[in-house]
Design a protein around this ligand. Structure first.
Ligand code: 1PR
Length: 570
């Protein structure tokens, strides 16, 4: 069968991409056999996970050779993220594994000296070559797209990859990298069009609707216009235009969070607590109803349309009992990913689970199930605390078996978020908590205590552990986590602003991105957290659910304060 094919090797979320393609009115067939590749009229390769495992999968499934042949025939191809990287000669992520070698150049690790790594969020793609090369591919100069990666191909002016292939560059901190390439009918993006809202959907549309002959003509014209004969007599493409000096346009992210659980009638609802208590004022029987603030799929869609940069679902009672055979959030994800084209994170119950028949499912399998159903990241709460405790018990190392390690290994660090539920413990002096990292909070404690440490909790805050938040995040980063979602049990639902002392303490301890959470009550709180801490993202729940503060107002306040943010028309 001819048509558009998807080259998938089962490593991560391709559901969103398939949903986007279908929404655009196209059919897509999964490549199931190496021979399918050459049958395709158009081929999309959404590489996910680590470079080495992607290449190994291509070889073990015997896809590499037919893919090279397909590319040599100049048939329409779209590579996404690792799907783009695999076309280069190799990557520092897996130095021993060669790439396909179609494009000269190597994929390198970002430096974490001046920025958080992974590069996770919305950033701007600038076209070079005067934009000529971008014609017809739906990509707009200066538009923000969603990136999530730690490795990239540096943009080196005059290099063969820059001259012959580079379509757009993006600046992250002090580094400019190649964010998309195009030559003939080969078109690849480092960013994820299927996660880049309407801007990304336009890129996919152009590829799917596009005429295969256009790419070939365009390239021939460019080639003619810019051929030079250097000393060796070889013809190479000269850069027709020198790219504008680029600026880092990386934006701060606004995340809408949906705490989900079943209410007493058994319906799955979005709820929201104050300091983690999600029940209404107690009724006579001493047990108020679970607050019901809406339906998860509908609310997620509303937030996407209103401009949320990411959406997080937390299944807040999954620590009780959640066999793999009955994960209600799978359906929520499947339905959400049909209409929501920004990254989706799912948390709650990412751990080894036991089915009623006694069958054990490792956390990796649980996470895999979520990725296949539309999640881009999983968020680990309680299990991360246990993993960190084990890390210290082993003398500061992992043993490779934790959920963090196994999931990061298979799906990449960027797919592993740690959700932290810390609670303040006040002390009179640092010597009262000698094994913990003690700081001075903005306000003294109830008995005038000048110091506090932040205790990690498990099971939705029900149990405190002998581990402080700094110990937790440093251990989790070392084990391979890619991002921290930093809640605060004290600030949750209070609408008094984020706990800046806690956030600064965590931000300064690690280099992976941090999402500030808990306590947002007004647009100014977002401005404050971005101005006074180095966090990459800020999350809120209650004020959005209750429509007390529209997302638009939050973004407007940030723009007015000069904070780089993705606006819907940007
Ligand atoms: O331990 O891996 O099963 O994960 C359980 C997850 O459920 C954790 O991420 C934990 O944070 C979450 N959780 C458990 N119980 C509750 C609860 O509220 N009773 N919710 C809970 C945590 C905090 C944030 C909230 C922000 C922003 N909720 O998610 O959205 O505080 O709120 P605000 O803007 O209204 O202040 P595991």
């Amino acid at each position: 069968m001819t048509g558009t094919y998807l080259l998938d090797y089962g490593a991560g979320n391709v559901r969103s991409l398939v949903n986007a393609v279908k929404k655009l009115g196209h059919d897509i067939t999964y490549v199931k056999d190496p021979s399918d590749i050459l049958k395709a009229d158009k081929l999309i390769f959404p590489g996910v996970g680590a470079f080495g495992s992607a290449m190994q999968s291509l070889h073990s499934k015997q896809y590499a050779e037919p893919l090279k042949q397909y590319l040599a025939l100049n048939k329409p191809f779209m590579g996404i993220c690792v799907g783009m990287q695999s076309l280069f000669e190799g990557s520092d992520e897996s130095p021993e594994v060669p790439g396909l070698g179609i494009i000269p150049g190597r994929v390198r690790l970002f430096s974490a000296k001046d920025k958080a790594v992974p590069h996770m969020g919305w950033n701007t793609a600038r076209t070079i070559q005067g934009g000529e090369r971008a014609k017809g591919c739906g990509l707009e100069d200066g538009r923000a797209y969603y990136f999530v990666h730690s490795f990239a191909v540096p943009f080196v002016e005059g290099s063969p990859e820059a001259k012959e292939w580079c379509l757009t560059t993006t600046q992250y901190g002090g580094e400019a990298f190649i964010s998309s390439v195009r030559r003939g009918n080969i078109f690849c993006t480092q960013f994820h069009p299927e996660k880049s809202g309407f801007a990304g959907v336009n890129v996919l549309k152009a590829f799917l609707d596009g005429d295969a002959s256009v790419g070939a003509e365009l390239d021939a014209a460019l080639l003619q216009a810019s051929i030079v004969a250097p000393a060796g007599g070889l013809s190479v493409l000269a850069p027709t235009y020198v790219p504008e000096p680029t600026q880092d346009q990386f934006t701060k992210r606004i995340v809408a969070c949906l705490d989900v659980r079943a209410n007493d009638q058994g319906d799955l609802v979005v709820t929201k607590g104050d300091q983690y208590d999600v029940r209404e004022e107690s009724t006579e029987d001493g047990k108020g109803d679970v607050r019901n603030l809406g339906k998860p799929v509908e609310l997620a869609r509303r937030y996407f349309e209103e401009g949320a940069d990411e959406i997080t679902f937390l299944n807040i009672t999954s620590f009780r009992n959640c066999p793999l055979t009955d994960l209600p959030m799978l359906e929520v994800l499947r339905r959400t990913s049909e209409t929501v084209f920004v990254p989706l994170t799912i948390g709650g119950g990412i751990k080894d689970v036991v089915d009623p028949d006694g069958k054990v499912h490792p956390a990796l399998e649980v996470a895999g199930e979520y990725f296949r159903n539309g999640a881009d990241k999983v968020s680990i709460g309680s299990d991360a605390v246990y993993a960190a405790e084990k890390f210290y018990a082993l003398g500061g190392r992992g043993d490779g078996t934790s959920a963090i390690e196994t999931i990061a290994h298979a799906y990449g660090s960027q797919a592993v978020v740690i959700s932290v539920d810390p609670k303040k413990v006040y002390v009179n002096s640092p010597s009262d908590a000698p094994t913990h990292h003690v700081i001075q909070p903005a306000q003294p404690g109830p008995n005038g205590e000048k110091y506090c440490w932040y205790q990690c909790t498990v099971s939705g805050g029900r149990e405190g552990r002998d581990l402080d938040v700094r110990q937790l995040v440093t251990a989790c980063q070392a084990l391979g986590a890619g991002e921290i979602l930093l809640n605060s049990m004290d600030q949750d639902g209070m609408k008094q602003g984020y706990d800046l002392a806690l956030i600064n303490d965590v931000r300064s301890a690690i280099s992976i991105p941090v999402i500030a959470s808990s306590g947002a009550g007004a647009p100014q709180h977002f401005v404050e957290v971005f101005e006074k801490t180095g966090v990459e993202a800020a999350l809120a729940a209650g004020i959005f659910h209750r429509r007390e503060v529209p997302l638009e107002d939050v973004k407007e306040a940030c723009v007015k304060a000069g904070i780089r943010i993705r606006t819907l028309d940007a």
